[in-house]
Write a protein that binds this ligand. Sequence first.
Ligand code: GLU
Length: 285
Amino acid sequence: MSTYKGRFAPSPTGRLHRGSLAAALASWLDARAHGGVWVVRIEDIDPPRDVPGAAEDILRVLTRLGMTSDEPVRYQSRMDGLYEAALEKLRTAGRLYGCACSRTEIRECALALGLAPNVYPGTCRRGTNGRPVRMLRFLTDDQPVTFTDRWCGPFTQNVERECGDFVVKRADGLWAYQLAVVADDIDQGVTDIVRGADLLDNTPRQIMLTKALGGAPARYMHVPLVLNDRGEKLSKQQGAVPLTDDLMDELERAFTHLGFPRIGADTPEAFLKAAVPLWAERFRD
Ligand code: GLU
C-alpha cells in the first residue's frame, strides 16, 4: 500500500491563476501516479492579504476540474493550537527567541556586517537588551541543508548564512508562513510536496524547521513557474492573469507547461485519466 500523501496549499490572496493551476495539477497527478492521497489546505493566515471569497473560488474551480481533496479541506486560520504547540516545542528545544529589531535596524546591521540586507544577523540571539520583543525567531545552525529536488536536482543552502534566524511569529502577531506550513505538513503526514519553483529556496528553512520539530522531511518537487510576456512570475499579488472560462483549455495549457503533449480530451475526467499514466511514466521515483 502506498504511503504517499501530497497536498495543494494555496493562499487565498486571489483567484487561481495559470501558475497555481500548474502547481495544483502537478501535485494531484503525482499523488495519483503514486496511488497516494491528495489533500487541499487553504493557507489563510494573513488576513491583510487574504481576499474574501478567494478560498471558495479556488475550491470551486478545483472541483470543476475534478481535483477534490481526499480529506476535509484544512484551513490554517483554524489551526492556532497546532502552531502554539509547535512554538512550545521549539522553545523547549532552545530553538526560539524573541527579537526586538526593526526592519531598518536589521538592514543597517546586515550591511555593516557585509551581509545581504535581508539576512538576519542574529542581533537578539543573546537577548534584546531590555528592548521589547516584537517577534519570535527560529535559531538556525551553521550546517548546510542539502536535498535533491525531483524536478530541479540537488540544492544546498546554508540557512544561517543565507537567511539567518527566520521569523516564526510576526511583529503583527500573525503566524509566519514557514512555521504554519511546516507544522501542518508534519501534522497531516505529508510525504511529498509538489509546488511552484518560487518556493525552492524556502525549502532548506522548512527542512531545518521540520527536523527541529521532530518531523521527517518530505520529498520535494518544484515545478517551473508560469511567466508572463515580460518573463515575470505570475503571482496573485502582481495581478496575475486569471484563468479563462475555457477550463479544458486551461488544463491542457497547464499540462503542456509541465512539458507534456496536449491530450485533447473533452472532459476534465477524461483529461486526468489520460494524464496520470503519462505523469507516472516520467516521474516513476
Ligand atoms: N501557500 C503558499 C502559496 O500559495 C504555498 C505553500 C506551499 O506550497 O508550501 O504560495
